[in-house]
Ligand binder design. Structure first.
Ligand SMILES: Cc1cc2nc3c(=O)[nH]c(=O)nc-3n(C[C@H](O)[C@H](O)[C@H](O)COP(=O)(O)OP(=O)(O)OC[C@H]3O[C@@H](n4cnc5c(N)ncnc54)[C@H](O)[C@@H]3O)c2cc1C
Length: 403
């Protein structure tokens, strides 16, 4: 393949969706991924209804929908009282394009994007290609990568770093990653058990200082994601030995379940100081990381991707100046700091950091009252929409930023 216009570093969901957004607009792209395949560890799986229009614009929503599970409920589960406040996403009908969320492992979303990229012909995806170094000058960028163990140099006009929280691109750009790391560890498990029979909704936030976490149905075969927390001072090597004790408390006495997969994670709230340094751009976890409660991590990355691909393609086509990329950086960083991060922190506080029972009762009481009022219910369920940044190519968006 000839020299690409853009190199995307990292074939996670944000990298592949960004590459597809560029390729759909006629940009030649090379994606470099250090692993041999898409990473399969259990991470994001809830796509809020607000991100679905962007997947439809890319032409992949039908495949995502077919591979995934349509979730129509969101519940807050009060573990102490074994009682749920249940919302029906049907309240979005007539107000939003989609009145359901899609549940699908992020590796499967990446698979769908990869299949479409390979059909298109203007993108190349190289696995076993670990990016080690990056340089830029006025004419372009160069990337040194170990491909199948051999050092290779790639050149392009721009680099998009979607290489996750420990981003090599961000480090090469000399950008800081300010914020904090939480004292709790998150444990994501995939288990097979009929959790609906215990009252759990398709998507359930479990509210409790000890048992707090997230439970979400993955598919019709009763595969569920159960995510809970523990003190990160406990040894990480012995996580597996503590899983049974958690499920002994969650499930009825003597219940048997299949543990299909599990993985521990450290949680942070951090953002890069800027999402652009010259010809280097950041998106997804390379730009910002949040605790995953509320499902705003990949959501934020997809919202980055939608407007970045569009703006960068326009810059490369010469229809807009490159200052639009600074606008991308400013808008998406503000969106994370002013909405994504505080909203995810509020979800985390409710789910397992509130020991004041009166405060929990007040919050759950407010949510219970909202269920009965469709407008209040919609407001409670608008989780992803406030995180979206509209197209930067619209006149309104550009002139608003001048004010
Ligand atoms: C338990 C858990 C549950 C979550 N649930 C949700 C959810 O329901 N909804 C949601 O929105 N978010 C959720 N998140 C957050 C979500 O997983 C992340 O936001 C998401 O993975 C970010 O995608 P990404 O493509 O930016 O980065 P990543 O998925 O981290 O992908 C980065 C890729 O870059 C590659 N890479 C790294 N370094 C290099 C290099 N030097 N050279 C080449 N390749 C490199 C990596 O191998 C990887 O493939 C969850 C997170 C966790 C931990």
């Amino acid at each position: 393949m000839q020299q690409p216009q853009v190199i995307v570093v990292g074939a996670g969901p944000v990298g592949l969706v960004t590459a597809l957004g560029l390729a759909r607009r006629g940009v030649t792209v090379t994606v470099l991924e250090r692993e041999q395949d898409v990473v399969r560890s259990p991470r994001a799986m809830v796509y809020h209804n607000g991100v679905l229009p962007g997947l439809a614009d890319l032409g992949i929503l039908d495949d995502v929908d077919a591979a995934g599970f349509r979730a129509t409920e969101l519940a807050f589960w009060d573990h102490a009282n074994r009682d749920a406040v249940r919302f029906d996403l049907g309240v979005f009908a007539g107000h939003e394009p989609y009145s359901y969320n899609v549940h699908l492992g992020q590796d499967r979303l990446a698979d769908v994007a990869l299949a479409h990229l390979r059909e298109g012909g203007s993108a190349e995806v190289v696995f076993d290609a670990r990016v080690a170094d990056i340089a830029q000058n006025a004419d372009g960028v160069s990337v040194s990568a170990f491909v199948n163990g051999h050092l290779r140099t790639y050149r392009a006009d721009y680099i998009v770093g979607t290489d996750g929280a420990s981003s090599t691109v961000r480090t090469a750009a000399g950008l800081g990653f300010d914020g904090m790391t939480w004292p709790e560890r998150f444990i994501a498990t995939n288990i097979r058990y009929d959790l609906a029979s215990l009252g759990y909704a398709d998507s359930t936030l479990v509210v409790d200082p000890v048992m707090g976490g997230v439970i979400a149905r993955i598919d019709e075969s009763d595969l569920w994601r159960v995510t809970y927390h523990e003190d990160s001072a406990l040894p990480i090597e012995t996580v597996a030995s503590r899983i049974a004790a958690f499920f002994a408390e969650l499930l009825p006495a003597g219940a048997t379940y299949e543990l299909a997969q599990f993985s521990p994670y450290t949680m942070h709230q951090r953002s890069a100081t800027r999402y652009r340094a010259g010809r280097l751009l950041l998106a997804g976890d390379a730009a910002h990381v949040t605790n995953p409660i509320g499902g705003l991590g990949l959501t934020g990355g997809l919202f980055d991707s939608y407007i970045l691909a569009e703006a960068l393609a326009a810059v490369l086509a010469g229809t807009v100046g490159d200052e639009i990329l600074d606008e991308y950086s400013r808008r998406r960083r503000d969106a994370f700091l002013e909405y994504g991060s505080p909203r995810a922190t509020a979800f985390k506080n409710l789910v397992f950091n509130t020991t004041d029972r009166a405060e929990v009762d007040k919050t759950l009481g407010g949510l219970r009252a909202a269920v009965a009022d469709p407008e209040a219910a919609r407001q409670a369920l608008y989780v992803s929409q406030p995180y979206r940044t509209p197209s930067l190519l619209g006149d309104a968006a550009l002139s608003a930023s001048d004010n």
